[in-house]
Design a protein around this ligand. Structure first.
Ligand code: FAQ
Length: 334
């Protein structure tokens, strides 16, 4: 299914038989006991690298994810909506902060991670490469994108790596607020004028399929899942979480009075789940490769924000260095 550079994952970062050998017995016993791995514990190098990869991509997603909604802060339809949206976008920055800090506990360097994002060597979630064309898109992002993020992240609260799991507890609480504010925006629009209802429906039509793609490729095409699940990093497969999200969202769409753009969505009594239409994963792979509608714009904006913030980082470093210096240093005190 993978037919190009996306199809050829960097094998040096993948656990192989040789790396499996460094699974020491203490680590294996800790995982078997459902214990938490902490930063100072011994861990296989491949486990550490997998965590840095996932946590960094997650952190990058949070901060790139500020852009689509940030686009509407100046045009929110009321002061109340503006204040809520500003708080939400700020929350996403905070999530990025917790996640970069969690990656640092694994020995990763934050500047290096950002450099990998800016040079395209590390990914961020495909969903943030879609445009926010109307105010209803802010509602669709809150309801569907934050809804998908929560579905994916609640199990990560039980991730085997302690700092990541603990960061997820707080992130999930905040994402729950985000999801409800998105639902409330769409509820208001879908119960407003016919034009407002059309706007809400159009946003849901555009965001539904990309939200399903957030869960990643199908299980058969997910190179990392098996090992990540064996290590207790992922607790459920991509397809299991995607199905859980669909099952949760269909009744919510009914409550909103909106239609999900999939004529094949129907309850399957035997499976106890909703059946759904075929997801076009070619689109996911194209977006990940950089060919989504907004990839270039998102990266250009991110690089500019980073460059514009250079003076803040320099000032913060100078301040930290000054306060780290021993008392009296440089003041000529004998
Ligand atoms: N987009 O083998 P798998 C949010 C990559 S936060 C881009 O299945 P894995 C909050 C994957 O990295 C949203 N790339 O990989 C918010 C891998 O690449 P690599 C982010 C994708 O890691 C809301 C390759 O494909 N959430 O929304 C995507 O086992 C509103 C093969 O895939 C997280 O990051 C994709 N959709 O499973 C903010 C949650 N899917 O490195 C603002 C934590 C897959 O091998 C506003 N992450 N890839 O070259 C995870 O749970 C996992 O990393 C998955 C992917 C499930 C995303």
């Amino acid at each position: 299914m993978y037919g190009n550079d996306f199809s050829a994952p960097d094998q040096s970062r993948r656990p192989g038989p040789d790396q499996a050998a460094d699974d020491d017995p203490t680590f294996t016993a800790l995982l078997a006991d459902e214990g938490r791995v902490e930063p100072r514990d011994a861990m296989p190098e491949a486990y550490r690298r997998t965590l840095v990869r996932q946590i960094a991509q997650h952190a990058h997603s949070e901060i790139i994810g500020m852009q689509p909604e940030g686009n509407w802060i100046s045009r929110a339809p009321s002061l109340r909506r503006k204040a809520i949206l500003m708080a939400k976008v700020q929350d996403e920055a905070g999530h990025g902060l917790y996640l970069y800090a969690a990656a640092e506990t694994l020995g990763a360097d934050r500047a290096d991670l950002l450099d990998q994002l800016h040079s395209g060597r590390q990914k961020y979630s495909s969903i943030f490469n879609y445009p926010t064309l109307t105010w209803a898109d802010v509602g669709a992002i809150g309801w569907l994108v934050d809804g998908a993020a929560i579905t994916n992240q609640v199990p990560l609260c039980r991730c085997s790596y302690g700092p990541y799991a603990r960061a997820m507890v707080r992130v999930c609480k905040e994402e729950s607020f985000h999801q409800r504010q998105g639902f409330e925006i769409l509820h208001t629009l879908s119960h407003g004028t016919p034009a407002q209802k059309r706007m809400a429906q159009d946003a849901v039509d555009r965001y539904w399929w990309p939200s399903l793609m957030m869960f990643g490729p199908p299980d058969d095409d997910s190179p990392n899942s098996a090992q990540s699940m064996a290590w207790g990093i992922k607790r459920f497969s991509n397809d299991e979480l995607r199905q859980r999200f669909i099952d949760m969202t269909v009744p919510q769409a009914q409550a909103l009075g909106l239609t999900l753009p999939d004529p094949e969505l129907r309850w399957n009594e035997e499976r106890g789940h909703y059946d759904h239409g075929t997801i076009d994963f070619t689109e996911l792979f194209e977006v990940i490769k950089g060919h989504g509608p907004c990839n270039a714009e998102r990266m250009a904006h991110r690089r500019k924000a980073h460059d514009d913030g250079a003076w803040v980082r320099e000032a913060a470093s100078a301040y930290a260095a000054k306060h780290a210096a021993p008392a009296g240093a440089g003041r000529g005190v004998a």
